[in-house]
Design a protein around this ligand. Structure first.
Ligand SMILES: Cc1cc2nc3c(=O)[nH]c(=O)nc-3n(C[C@H](O)[C@H](O)[C@H](O)COP(=O)(O)OP(=O)(O)OC[C@H]3O[C@@H](n4cnc5c(N)ncnc54)[C@H](O)[C@@H]3O)c2cc1C
Length: 401
């Protein structure tokens, strides 16, 4: 496997549980995660529980009571989705907010540290009949029965299968963690809080048992040439962030001012066009390598975990001869669902960033019904592992159960 991110480690852990041997090649010489939070929905949490992470998650995650969407200037509530106990009762697993580093570390333990080979950057691969030859920076080669590219949006493995390029969304996002004591009321009453306004929106939630508040503040870029303001990610200037959110509801202004005292990173947000196929012979893709998506539905890592458990089921019964068929089965199971989430994430940005006016008022009026907890059943209720077991050799449509 190529890449020890959340998707790659989830697959390594799931294969270990199934008794399938694997090695994970990671370009970084030491494993570390960005200082940021992640929302984990029941569709991934139930799978992480099966990988043995339930106690760890309970210890370091926060279980938000609700997700609230508010208007940018006066903070008027536009919609609220109950989470907490109601979500757990409806979907059989909680909705959590976590620090990425905690989740990464727990997955590494579940995968087994000795499965990860650090400082091994894959530069290419050659597909043969009975094996795949991986090439590494420095000239080393390794043969494998199956190769899974879990190497993120810039995937070297994808580049060997598909000729395409990342698509810039026109949005940039500032992301970081502020200490919980800077806005203690957001920790005392844990919620995923979203403020929407013209050309931007801001999301925040507590993580690490309330020690930190993770925020992601999106800004529509004003570059007129259609090019990203910087290549991928860079240190963000908090002064720009404060300027971008001037005049927003008081909590948002306090949040972005608190961000002036902590490291803030800035991403130019990209995705890629959905693929109809992402496997060829003994090679397949997973997570952002397969379906990089904009973060507006907070599902990128959740879908990577779903991929991992689904692929592990398909590979568990395969041998060297049947592996290509197992990869095709995995792909057929996953493509419709991940495409729906990818496209939904794209659509969300336009809707969230409407200028004030007629269309915005219609959107606000319709929001309550669209965000009811039961309306999320197609996303939160899906069990990717059971779907793969049930399907056996068959593929399944987008809207799981
Ligand atoms: C602002 C923002 C907010 C987000 N919020 C959420 C959220 O709340 N919930 C959610 O589910 N998702 C969220 N996401 C998306 C989520 O972060 C990604 O979808 C997820 O991390 C993808 O995991 P991955 O394992 O597929 O790829 P990555 O995390 O990118 O991991 C890829 C790994 O492969 C390694 N690698 C790359 N190239 C090579 C190579 N050639 N050889 C060897 N190793 C290589 C990398 O070093 C890395 O370790 C957010 C994203 C952003 C930008």
């Amino acid at each position: 496997m190529v890449g020890a991110g959340i998707g790659g480690l989830a697959l390594a852990a799931a294969l270990r549980r199934a008794g399938v041997r694997c090695e994970v090649y990671e370009q970084a010489s030491r494993l570390s995660e960005v200082g940021a939070g992640l929302q984990l929905a029941p569709n991934a949490v139930r799978l992480l529980h099966r990988l043995g992470l339930a106690d760890r998650l309970r210890a370091f995650a926060v279980r938000p009571e609700a997700m609230e969407i508010r208007r940018w200037d006066d903070g008027r509530l536009l919609s609220g989705t109950e989470l907490g106990a109601a979500c757990e009762a409806m979907y059989g697993a909680p909705y959590y907010t976590v620090h990425r580093a905690h989740l990464h570390e727990a997955l590494l333990e579940a995968a087994g540290r000795d499965t990860v080979r650090l400082g091994r950057r894959v530069t290419g691969l050659r597909r043969g009949d009975g094996e795949v030859l991986l090439g590494f920076d420095g000239g080393e080669r390794r043969a494998a029965d199956v190769v899974v590219g879990a190497d993120g949006i810039h995937s070297a493995v994808r580049a060997c299968l598909v000729r395409d390029a990342p698509v810039w969304s026109g949005e940039t996002v500032y992301r970081g963690l502020v200490p919980g004591e800077a806005l203690p009321e957001l920790v005392r009453d844990p919620r995923v809080r979203v403020w929407m306004g013209p050309g931007r929106h801001c999301v925040c939630y507590p993580v690490s048992a309330g020690r930190w508040i993770s925020f992601a503040a999106t800004v529509r870029s004003d570059t007129s040439d259609g090019l990203p303001p910087e290549s991928w990610s860079a240190a963000g200037d908090p002064a720009d962030l404060v300027r971008a959110y001037r005049g927003w509801e008081a909590t948002v202004e306090r949040l972005v001012r608190a961000a002036c005292d902590v490291p803030v990173r800035r991403w130019a947000l990209h995705d890629r066009e959905p693929l109809a196929r992402w496997s060829a012979g003994r090679v397949t893709l997973l997570g952002d390598a397969a379906h990089p998506m904009l973060p507006f539905r907070a599902q990128g890592a959740n879908q990577a975990v779903e991929d991992a458990l689904s692929l592990a089921v398909c590979l568990a019964d395969a041998d060297a001869a049947t592996a290509p068929a197992a990869l095709r089965r995995y792909e057929a199971l996953r493509v419709p669902r991940t495409t729906a989430v990818q496209q939904g994430s794209r659509g969300s940005a336009r809707v969230m960033h409407l200028d004030d006016g007629e269309e915005q008022r219609r959107r606000d009026g319709a929001m309550g019904a669209a965000t009811a907890l039961r309306a999320m059943a197609w996303l939160y209720g899906h069990d990717a592992e059971h779907a793969a077991r049930r399907a056996g050799g068959r593929s399944e449509g987008t809207r799981g159960e």
